[in-house]
Design a protein around this ligand. Sequence first.
Ligand code: NAD
Length: 289
Amino acid sequence: MQAETIMVVGAGLMGRGIAEVAACSGCRVIWGDVKAELVQQGLDEIRQSFARRVEKKKISKEEHDRLMGLLHANVIVAENLHAAARADMVIEAITENLSHKRELHATLGKICRPEAILVSNTSTLSITALGASSGRPGKFIGMHFFSPVPVMKVVEVIRGLLTSDETCQAALALTAKMGKEAVLAPDIPGFIVNRTILAWYGEAIDMVASGVRPEDIDRGWRLATNAAMGPLETADFSGLHVVLHAMDSVYEATGDAKFKAHPLLRNMVQAGMLGRKSGRGFYDYAKKK
Ligand SMILES: NC(=O)c1ccc[n+]([C@@H]2O[C@H](COP(=O)([O-])OP(=O)(O)OC[C@H]3O[C@@H](n4cnc5c(N)ncnc54)[C@H](O)[C@@H]3O)[C@@H](O)[C@H]2O)c1
């Protein structure tokens, strides 16, 4: 099955990126969030990011106009979840909370056409468990995009225990259509990439708590590996609340101490220091401007 109409649920960092890339690769996108104004805000942010790409000379004015045309032609704002009845595929990118995701997929499973496929962009949660909640485990799969979605090439494709071959083929076809490369990952907490990254965040945060400067950790990492960002810059970019949810989720599922969130991370989130999104995390983005 070739997915032509995709509903994206969630208009945060990831939903925004997925909606943009889907629309710009020619899919029709129905985009929703619990708060409809967040979708409008997301559309504004996508338009601003196109403009920034022209300013930074990453794309030409012609390419900018082409992308704006695709966004305008392909995206419609969903008034509510019932819009999912029109979708070939629904990609869920809501907050990382098992009970909220289970509840949403149970509702989507009832609204969607029987042949429609449900996808979760969860970073850590069990695809098998979410598939069971949807009532259509054969038509349920994980597609774990990375942030920023328009830039990052990889998508982890995660089959649940009962995901059908046909569903997997549809997810791989959509990944290719979006210009991304798929890596098949096992349905274990954190899959492949986050399983590794969360332990990396944990070590870096532990060092900050014992007095090492974030600048030194990130600079050392960048210079030693040629990576664009170090662990704390990456954590700030993803959102410290997202990192905390992911660590809690993998720790709860595995009981492995290396995924136990440091109290410093928990306190930062409680203080509203969410990283770039809030203007302050391991770095102060007001000062950086
Ligand atoms: N931030 C990252 O780097 C990253 C990377 C890969 C995957 N993910 C995963 O993607 C998902 C979303 O992450 P994010 O960073 O975009 O989070 P976010 O906090 O930026 O956005 C979440 C959005 O979901 C909406 N939402 C919450 N409950 C909803 C519901 N029941 N129905 C509709 N909308 C609802 C919220 O209003 C919000 O706009 C999570 O599962 C996360 O683990 C995040």
